[in-house]
Design a protein around this ligand. Structure first.
Ligand SMILES: Nc1ncnc2c1ncn2[C@@H]1O[C@H](COP(=O)(O)OP(=O)(O)O)[C@@H](O)[C@H]1O
Ligand SMILES: [Mg+2]
Length: 240
């Protein structure tokens, strides 16, 4: 289906009309929501994340922030390489595809870029996964059962067998809703590519490093037996 795009001056919005309504710029402005007392703000992996709750909306608004060394002198500007190459449009398009594939990810609501000459800034709005608790948070309180670790492995296989490569799979980007259904967040820089054991192993190793790091830093309930449950379930379903 064709997704509408609305442009005004240097701002362009890609959006789902049934969710977003009229494509107004102010809907991407955290202060617009905070002033109405329908928003809360948290510190995400890289920057501020705004949760918007009113009678029509359960949205999560994220501004794209740079990471690493570059962030010291350039917090949120990216090099312009065309509309479809922007961080927000790419993530929106990927999420839309994953939703079509019935994979458990947030439903994309709207993506925006604001272009100024050779650079742009970007924002993304998704439907909130209500009651989402990250794997990191859950493991701080208690361990998960072998069945739950297998379930995580099986869910990751569903992504991997479609060639979906997450660019930053860690224990914060795996979340569980109120029914303990798992979802993956944060598809910035994610891609769909040919299924290949090399990148899949790298994605899993990244998750393992994240869990091991949290074990040292926050004493989460995690051990290598848990990991073996995940890995065995993952590999059993995936035919390389
Ligand atoms: N659709 C969503 N539903 C619920 N929580 C979300 C959603 N999107 C983001 N979040 C919350 O915001 C945090 C940061 O978002 P994320 O997409 O991981 O970006 P980043 O890590 O780059 O800041 C997540 O760890 C999660 O707590
Ligand atoms: Mg994240």
């Amino acid at each position: 289906m064709h997704t509408p795009i609305a442009s005004q001056a240097e701002n362009t919005i890609l959006y789902e009309p049934s969710l977003f309504g009229k494509p107004e710029q102010q809907l991407f402005d955290p202060d617009y929501w905070l002033a109405r007392n329908v928003a809360t703000s948290i510190e995400g992996g890289r920057g501020q994340v705004i949760f918007i709750h009113d009678d029509q909306r359960n949205w999560v608004l994220r501004h794209y922030h740079r990471g690493g060394f570059i962030a010291k002198f350039n917090q949120d500007r990216y090099l312009w390489q065309g509309a479809e190459a922007t961080r927000s449009f790419r993530e929106w398009r990927l999420l839309a595809k994953l939703v079509d594939l019935d994979l458990p990810v947030p439903i994309p609501v709207a993506a925006r870029y604001v272009r100024r000459g050779i650079s742009y800034q970007a924002d993304l709005i998704t439907q909130e996964i209500i009651g989402a608790k990250s794997l990191a948070t859950l493991l701080q309180k208690a361990s998960l059962s072998p069945t739950q670790w297998q379930y995580i492995g099986l869910t990751l296989t569903r992504f991997h067998s479609h060639g979906v490569q997450h660019a930053d799979l860690n224990a914060h980007n795996i979340v569980f809703d109120e029914t303990m259904t798992m979802h993956l967040l944060d598809f910035d820089r994610g891609v769909i590519r040919a299924v290949n054991q090399g990148w899949i192993d790298q994605v899993l190793q990244r998750l393992l490093r994240s869990l091991n790091k949290l074990k040292v830093q926050r004493s989460i309930h995690f051990n290598m037996n848990d990991w073996r449950q995940l890995l065995t379930a993952h590999h059993k379903q995936l035919n390389y």
